[in-house]
Design a protein around this ligand. Structure first.
Ligand SMILES: CC(=O)N[C@@H](CCC[C@H](N)C(=O)O)C(=O)O
Length: 381
């Protein structure tokens, strides 16, 4: 079937959501769209609450003994889309490039099926804003709206470009890294391009700092541990013949251990002090939003791996941990559960302007998760 035609309502939903990516805590149209769909379902078993731009939907079970939760993220990224889609983003400079459009469509699919065929346990669907930043999970967890419906177990998925459709992957224990954003502002002295000796050039200072930051993982972190320091953005200066008075470096830090996170930050601070002294400039460091690791509950993940491994249409992989971050980790700090990767088979990675996940994964995930929730949420005879 050519791209652009579909008979699957959840593919249509994914495409509608793909058109309207919004940054964290500004998911206003997204929230409206989701609410409209949720209100179109039979309402007898549903209770709905909103929290900022997020949504909580509780589905009453037949004979509940626990509350099981399924969580999806909602926000898009500041990326100008370069896909071949006829349903490209209508929000200039923003794109669903991390699969949250698929995640939301899958959540609505699971919700619809479990409204039609309720299970014994109560269910909570968590539509969480701002996963890409500044982080919606932590404040949502602390909100009275969430606390009133605090689930006993919680689950989520994330699309994985590298796996074929039908493949899922996870592991017990640590799955995703601890993260910290990184913003460094450098202020020197601007001036005429022809008089460098009268200025302090922040383009040169920032360039030195970026290369020095790359020595941290190579020279200061135990090679048997893992860490990442990525600088994703540098801005500075105003014109080609004006020496830049300001420069800003933006990046992210990833580590598996908190000791390494602390070590990376100490080294950043030392290197920044060196730049201040060496280039006679002022520097300010801001660590922005921090996420804790995603740690899958061993007692829930192992049976899930065994259960999914027996499904005819699923290839279950026990994967390695990744340096990705996810504020779903905050839910898992308080509530047992797990996250798994869902194969969507695309050559472009997460956060790439050309990523085109295979939409066939939507039905795979809806079927799998619905069956899993029914498996753990129905009383054994
Ligand atoms: C799954 C994924 O790609 N998550 C993001 C989380 C971003 C955390 C924060 N804004 C940061 O950049 O540190 C990721 O980049 O891994």
């Amino acid at each position: 079937m050519p791209m652009g035609t579909t008979t699957n309502p959840f593919v249509t939903i994914r495409r509608d959501l793909h058109r309207i990516p919004e940054p964290g805590f500004q998911e206003v149209k997204t929230q409206q769209y989701l609410l409209q769909y949720i209100h179109s379902l039979p309402q007898e078993r549903l209770e709905i609450k909103t929290w900022r731009t997020g949504i909580l939907v509780k589905v009453k079970g037949n004979n509940p003994r626990q509350l099981l939760a399924w969580r999806t993220d909602m926000d898009g990224l500041p990326i100008s889309e370069e896909t071949s889609y006829p349903f490209r983003s209508e929000h200039d400079g923003f794109m669903h490039a991390c699969g949250h459009d698929l995640h939301m469509a899958i959540a609505l699919g699971i919700l619809s099926r479990l409204v039609e065929q309720p299970i014994d346990d109560d269910l909570l669907f968590v539509f969480q804003p701002a996963e890409e930043g500044p982080g919606g999970a932590k404040p949502m967890l602390a909100s009275p709206e969430f606390r009133e419906w605090r689930p006993d177990k919680i689950f989520a998925l994330h699309i994985a470009p590298e796996y074929p459709v039908g493949t899922i992957a996870t592991k017990p224990g640590i799955l995703f890294a601890n993260t910290s954003e990184l913003f460094i502002d450098l202020t020197g002295k601007g001036g005429h391009a022809a008089y460098p000796h009268l200025a302090n050039d922040m383009v040169v200072a920032a360039s030195h700092l970026v290369t020095q930051l790359q020595t941290i993982v190579a020279r200061n972190i135990d090679p048997l541990d893992s860490a990442v320091v990525t600088i994703g953005k540098i801005t500075g200066g105003t014109k080609q013949n004006i020496i830049a008075e300001q420069a800003r470096i933006e990046g992210t830090i990833r580590t598996f251990s908190m000791d390494s996170m602390q070590k990376v930050k100490q080294r950043i601070e030392a290197l920044v002090q060196g730049i201040e002294a060496g280039f006679q400039c002022q520097a300010a460091i801001d660590y922005g939003a921090n996420y804790c690791q995603v740690y899958n509950d061993e007692q829930l993940t192992r049976p899930f791996i065994d259960w999914a491994g027996q499904k005819q249409d699923i290839r279950m992989i026990e994967c390695r941990e990744a340096m990705t971050g996810e504020d779903f980790g905050y839910f898992l700090e308080e509530i047992p559960g797990f996250l798994f990767w869902l194969g969507v088979d695309t050559p472009y990675g997460l956060h790439h302007a050309k990523i085109e996940p295979d939409e066939a994964a939507i039905s795979v995930a809806i079927r799998l998760v619905t069956d899993y929730l029914a498996w753990i949420g129905n009383r054994q005879a």
